[in-house]
Write a protein that binds this ligand. Structure first.
Ligand code: UGA
Length: 446
């Protein structure tokens, strides 16, 4: 099938590459000409394991191409994916200007039947809005071309995007025409063959499934984070609490790991947008609101704890390990590291920071604080004259740090492990004043 994917951000690019790998002919479109040029050379502008290899393979097979010419891409495809960003507007709602710009382009350029698929995370009712926008343009042209709208939200995780797209837990398709549904089924034959479950529903439900899923996961994380704060106070161990809770099939162990709070380009944005959607129709999303509040509080509480244990932060140097919002990505959007670093600096600390992939973006996001931050070449450099290490992101390369090498250059020996990655390392408790997260530093019971 001939497919156009408009927008080559995370969602669009990965979707395009996977569709090409499924043997469809894919044209990816973006207004960013530099990005298009680098993609044409097979260079992926983001760090996403496995994506560049798959891209190069499908460029060679001539299954995928890149252009900034939206008109020809629209004209030459049967299916058009809208995968542009829906960033948060000032009031927390999703800004639909990019989605609607694409809809207008579609309305101006289609000449025969198309299925228009919404991949972007969009407020409930956007399918209808896109339809109305296209119809409005068609009316202006006085050319009644048939088309159908489908909602097909994306559930991929950054850092695991290729794996998630090749083996999704489910595919959700919101439709209002059998003709469009059959085309979507044909598009996803490869996933049907793998027995991936499909959910067929109406467009509004499909749009809401995406928000409900992300908000639920955010609530789950905020819940365990709140439990972790209490556990520390009462002498309980959050890791064991999560383990035992997760053994109950109704709860599941996934997304039950305490830490510095959820970040990234999705949970923070989508929870706020869902609250706004509720406000617009007079339904308070009180549980989601509480999750957002708890997530903000978490970062503040962490800095308060560090400050208390270290007897103040004024003049102290803190070595930060990990800036990206999670491992295996260079994405620093809404990463807990950003707020934690800002709070630490506002309390008088200086920062040595290192992240395997997130340095460039963090430097930009922390531009107003950079006179207090030294960006280091590697994980060992952060310990230079540091009073404490704070591990924020659980990159696997931090798991087996040479602790003596870290300790050697430090002024004091505090170590706050916000992800409990050194849990099983008995050495760390001998070398450092070690603070795991969500539990006291219990002696090992033999
Ligand atoms: C999330 C969803 O998991 C995807 O299904 C969805 O498609 C995507 O948003 C999106 O809407 O596009 P992503 O933001 O890439 O994916 O990252 P996650 O792996 O979900 O992690 C989000 C945050 O939660 C991270 O900051 C992570 O550290 C945190 N987290 C996750 C925890 O603190 N504890 C956990 O147990 C799990």
């Amino acid at each position: 099938m001939n497919i156009a994917v408009i927008g080559t951000g995370y969602v669009g690019l990965v979707q395009g590459v996977i569709m090409a790998d499924f043997n469809h002919n894919v044209t990816c479109v973006d207004i960013d000409i530099d990005k298009i040029k680098s993609l044409q050379r097979g260079e992926v502008p983001i760090y996403e394991p496995g994506l560049e290899e798959l891209l190069k393979k499908n460029i060679l097979r001539k299954k995928i191409s890149f252009t900034s010419n939206i008109k020809s891409a629209i004209k030459n495809s049967e299916i058009i994916f809208i995968a542009v960003g829906t960033p948060p507007a000032m009031d927390g709602s999703a800004d639909l200007q990019y989605v609607l710009n694409v809809a207008r382009e579609i309305g101006k350029n289609i000449e025969n039947y198309k299925v228009i698929v919404n991949k972007s995370t969009v407020p409930i009712g956007t399918g209808k809005l896109v339809k109305d926008t296209i119809e409005h343009e068609l009316k202006k042209r006085n050319s009644p071309v048939e088309f159908n709208i489908v909602s097909n939200p994306e559930f991929l995780r950054e850092g695991k995007a290729v794996e998630d797209c090749l083996n999704p837990d489910r595919v959700v398709i919101g439709y209002n025409s059998i003709k469009a549904l059959n085309i979507m089924k044909e598009l996803y034959t490869k996933l049907e063959e793998k027995n991936i479950p499909f959910v067929f529903t109406n467009i509004e439900t499909s749009e809401m499934i995406k928000y409900a899923s992300n908000a639920f996961l955010a609530v789950k994380i905020s819940f365990i984070n709140e439990i972790s704060l209490l556990a520390e106070k009462v002498g309980a161990n959050t890791d064991d609490i999560s383990l035992a809770m997760g053994m109950d099939n109704r709860i599941s162990p996934k997304f039950l790991k305490c830490g510095p709070g959820y970040g990234g380009s999705c949970f923070p944005k989508d929870t706020k947008a869902l609250v706004k959607i509720g406000d617009n129709v007079g339904e308070e999303m009180s549980v989601v609101k509480a999750a957002i509040y708890a997530n903000e509080k978490q970062k503040f509480k962490i800095v308060e704890k560090i400050k208390k244990e270290m007897n103040g932060l004024n003049g102290k140097t803190i070595g930060i390990l990990g800036l990206s919002f999670k491992p295996d990505t260079d994405d620093v959007r809404d990463a807990p590291s950003i707020d934690i670093i800002k709070h630490l600096i506002n309390n008088g600390a200086k920062i040595n920071a290192y992240c395997p992939k997130g340095m460039k973006e963090a430097k930009w996001r922390l531009r107003n604080f950079n006179n207090k931050i030294l960006y280091c070449e590697n994980e060992y450099e952060v310990s230079n004259k540091a009073d404490s290490i704070v591990l924020i992101t659980e990159w696997s390369q931090f798991e087996n740090l040479d602790l003596n090498k870290i300790k050697k250059n430090m002024r004091d020996n505090f170590y706050f492990d916000l992800r409990n990655i050194h849990n099983k390392n008995t050495e760390i408790k001998k070398t450092f004043k070690y603070f795991p997260f969500g539990k006291k530093n219990h002696p090992i019971i033999s």
